[in-house]
Write a protein that binds this ligand. Structure first.
Ligand code: PLP
Length: 399
């Protein structure tokens, strides 16, 4: 990151103000809420202007695959919240992950990644990029010795997720970044579980942050979206050429939904974190629960690190029931309030059985190395009354 202060006065606003007002670009009509520009093309006053915009010599939009005013407002708001120099919005979180990685690697390069990854991120690192000649090494994210040993002369970048899905493993961002930078490699952080409210990877030295806007940023189960945050130079020279020509542009309608989602992000995430902590404590006492994983509880193996890096423990709780898949499924069947869904970060509490859903494709062996057992369940805590959620879980676990 450059040391130059952000020239935008909004960069000096407090976080809550940036969440509500950052990036707003009112039209001459003076609308209160951000305008939704549902257009794919743009017109020019004359041919000279068109030529100048295509040459990059004049400001202005040319085509919605390249940019759209509603998408720009979302990018600018998220950029201000993250404290990054640049933001590029994408059609989904996976488009952000793939774009951030693929734009900077070529055949013969090597990538180091933490083993505990979201299923599709795991596929990109271990199946898709290798088809284009990009080699990889997976490490146990919490083991700094493994990180230190994984680098090769051709290592271009690091990809990691913290806390991870669904094991909620916490990785030391400052330490891994220092190791990576010592080898001339960039660090890409999937910050979906932490959200920009709880953790700012750039402050720990990371180079690139990716989000699935689908999760907490929308937070109400309505649309897909994603974003890559980086330096201006990375965006202009590497990311933008790749994404413009390959086409995973964010729909203006989705950008508008995500923009409105950002306004309430902090309120929602903080309420969900406080409910998640209560639920994690209740689950730890519940019959038939072997173990609870929640970064905000002292029983979590990296609790201290989590509290250094994050402002709260997060909105997800993972736990293990005795009796494997059979017991896990019967518990899911008995829930009356919490829905079975692999989505997360939603206002509605959602629960999933990772071994048979999100992490089914990676195979039993890879699941074992990530600690994903048949008795593991991942709960995304929503905005309902926490006591109602605890009652629902207790009733489903009893017997
Ligand atoms: C959901 C998710 C993604 C992918 O986001 P989509 O918007 O579904 O494409 C990436 N990483 C993590 C950690 C996720 O939870």
């Amino acid at each position: 990151m450059s040391d130059k202060p952000d020239s935008n006065p909004a960069a000096r606003w407090g976080e809550a103000t940036r969440l509500v007002r950052g990036g707003t670009d009112r039209s001459p009509h003076g609308e209160t809420a951000e305008a939704l520009y549902l257009n794919s093309g743009f017109v020019y006053p004359d041919a000279e202007t068109a030529a100048a915009r295509f040459a990059g010599e004049a400001e202005g939009y040319v085509y919605a695959r390249y940019g759209n005013p509603t998408v720009t407002m979302f990018e600018e708001r998220l950029r201000l919240i993250e404290g990054a120099e640049a933001c590029y919005a994408t059609a989904s979180g996976m488009a952000a992950v793939f774009g951030a990685l693929a734009c900077q690697v070529k055949a013969g390069d090597h990538v180091v990644a933490s083993r505990a990854l979201f299923g599709s991120c795991y596929q990109i690192i271990t199946t898709i990029l290798p088809r284009f000649g990009v080699d990889y090494t997976l490490v146990d994210g919490a083991d700094l010795d493994q990180w230190a040993r994984a680098f090769k002369p051709n290592t271009r970048c690091v990809f990691l997720e913290t806390p991870s899905n669904p094991g909620l493993e916490v990785i030391d961002l400052a330490a891994v970044t220092e190791i990576a930078h010592g080898h001339g490699a960039r660090v890409v952080v999937d910050n979906v579980f932490a959200t920009p409210i709880l953790q700012k990877p750039l402050a720990f030295g990371a180079d690139i942050v990716v989000y699935s806007g689908t999760k907490h940023i929308d937070g109400q189960g309505r649309c897909l979206g994603g974003a890559v945050l980086s330096t201006r130079q990375f965006k202009e020279e590497e990311l933008k050429p790749f994404l413009r020509h390959t086409g995973p542009a964010l729909s203006p309608f989705n950008a508008w939904v995500l923009l409105k989602g950002l306004e309430t992000l902090k309120l929602r995430v903080m309420a969900q974190c406080s409910a998640a902590e209560r639920i994690a404590r209740a689950l730890a006492q519940a019959p038939g629960v072997e173990r609870v994983l929640y970064p905000g509880l002292p029983s979590h193996p990296q609790h201290e690190l989590a509290m250094r890096q994050m402002t709260a423990g997060g909105t997800l709780v993972s736990f293990f029931v005795t009796g494997g898949r059979e017991r896990a499924f019967s518990m899911l069947r008995r829930l009356k309030l919490i829905d079975i869904s692999n989505n997360l970060g939603d206002a509605k509490s959602l629960i999933t059985h990772p071994a048979s859903t999100t992490h089914r494709n990676i195979g039993e062996e890879a699941r074992a190395t990530m600690g994903i057992t048949e008795g593991m369940l991942r709960l995304s805590v929503g905005l309902e009354e926490p006591e109602d959620l605890i009652q629902d879980l207790r009733a489903a676990l009893s017997d």
